[in-house]
Design a protein around this ligand. Structure first.
Ligand code: ACO
Length: 390
């Protein structure tokens, strides 16, 4: 077998055939199942969008109501999962807590019947229903409080904000949060979705699929960037410092968080919608001091890096929206995960349809026929020195 050209990061290498979502990075177009993201953000709800992504078609009124009802019914966590969470260190990152909880679901729902549509639906419902409860429960527990039970009279997004703050949210806030979930629900073969697909291809359970994707989403080059955007805006501190900050990053070739994308070479269409949502929130609840810094930064980065196709991505304005909704910074990525579970599950289901285990190749760059040196004759290596300092 001949070995093809190596593409770092597999850039441009098709990893699958998929009909779930489509991105045109030159024209700034994102579609879920052929429907533009702008239209879904305006007309659909997150759960309707999740249904569309996973089952391929918009649900009828009855189908949507049945789906919403099942999700309401499965929002609660087993007390053993809550007890397990109480043992987590409160200083731990909520993404690590979420990854552990998602994997733990596999212990409680261990039956695996990947060819049974009822099993697939039950797994979809459980994951969509319970992940928000897990995120909110960890937030309250790490402050030393008992988690609050989900409220059946509240819809998906309002219930999450309620479980987080123990207060019924403002209706505009809940509506905007729901749009944020729709915007983050799916995005072709990004790193976490690819993780999900690789894990799914071994025919393991869907909880392991989602747990592996959560671990991948956590990194700062992927979902973790929205947290770092807020840290960056805090560090910059004022509009007057924006230009020198950007100049420094450009000169030192540092990545500016919330900018750039492997696929988009124009402003991410989700960033356009999120900026508008941020402005709606500021109008109702008051300005955010970092918004002016962000807008100035977008202008300066475009001036300096626009020729390389570096523009705001989805993470640039999402943090400002979440801040205004009262969501703590280190929950931004778990909130991203709440939404992206829909996309991961859609790819899991699609993967099962035409499965072949992922097993790429490599181009070996190491040595051959090396002698085995007896332990007493070996010289310390640099890795030994690093290990001795840990
Ligand atoms: N700041 C400064 N320069 C950048 C940035 C950035 N954020 N992003 C890309 N560039 C530059 C690169 O230095 C490179 O310049 P060069 O051609 O002179 O070497 C050029 O633009 C192309 O960028 P690549 O690094 O090749 O782009 P890649 O596709 O490998 O990386 C990535 C994409 C990881 C998202 C990158 O843009 C980045 O690190 N951005 C910051 C982190 C971030 O916001 N991540 C969230 C992405 S969206 C998401 O995952 C949900």
């Amino acid at each position: 077998m001949s070995v093809g050209e190596f593409k770092p990061g597999l850039e441009g290498v098709p990893a699958t055939l998929s009909s779930i979502s489509y991105v045109d990075g030159q024209r700034g177009i994102l579609e879920y199942r052929g429907i533009r993201i702008e239209e879904l953000a305006q007309k659909s709800s997150f759960l309707e969008t999740a249904y569309l992504l996973i089952w391929g078609e918009l649900p009828t009124q009855d189908e949507l109501e049945a789906f919403e009802h099942e999700i309401r019914y499965h929002r609660r966590l087993k007390y053993r999962i809550r007890d397990m969470m109480k043992c987590f260190p409160e200083s731990g990152h909520p993404m690590d807590a979420l990854q552990a909880c998602a994997a733990a679901l596999g212990l409680f729902y261990s039956r695996r019947a990947l060819d049974d549509p009822a099993y697939i639906r039950a797994a979809v419902v459980r994951l969509l229903a319970k992940i928000p409860t897990m995120v909110a429960a960890f937030q309250l527990m790490r402050k030393g409080n008992d988690p609050v039970q989900p409220r059946d009279d509240l819809d998906y997004s309002a219930n999450f904000l309620y479980m987080l703050s123990e207060r019924e949210p403002d209706s505009l806030a809940a509506h905007i949060f729901d749009i944020c979930l729709t915007l983050h629900a799916e995005h072709t073969i990004n790193a976490s979705t690819f993780s999900a697909m690789v894990t799914a291809s071994t025919l393991t359970d869907p909880y392991a699929v989602v747990a592996s994707a959560v671990g991948t989403l956590a990194g700062p080059l992927h979902g973790g960037a929205n947290e770092e955007v807020i840290d960056m805006l805090e560090t910059i501190g004022s509009v007057d410092n924006v230009r020198s900050y950007v100049d420094h990053c450009v000169e030192k070739r540092l990545k500016i968080m919330g900018f750039g994308h492997r696929v988009y070479k124009v402003k991410d269409p989700r960033a356009i919608i999120l900026q508008d949502l941020a402005e709606q929130l500021f109008e109702k609840f008051g300005q955010d001091k970092y918004y002016d810094i962000a807008v100035t930064m977008e202008r300066v980065v475009e001036e300096k890096l626009g020729h390389k196709g570096v523009y705001p991505n989805v993470d640039f304005y999402s943090g400002l929206v979440y801040r205004k909704l009262g969501i703590p910074t280190d929950l931004f990525t778990p909130v991203f995960a709440i939404a992206r579970v829909a996309g991961w599950l859609a790819h899991w289901k699609e993967q099962l349809g035409e499965n072949r285990i992922y097993r790429p190749t490599q181009i070996y760059t190491g040595s051959h026929d090396m002698p085995y040196i007896p332990i007493g004759d070996r010289q310390p290596s640099s890795s030994d020195l690093i290990a001795s300092k840990v």
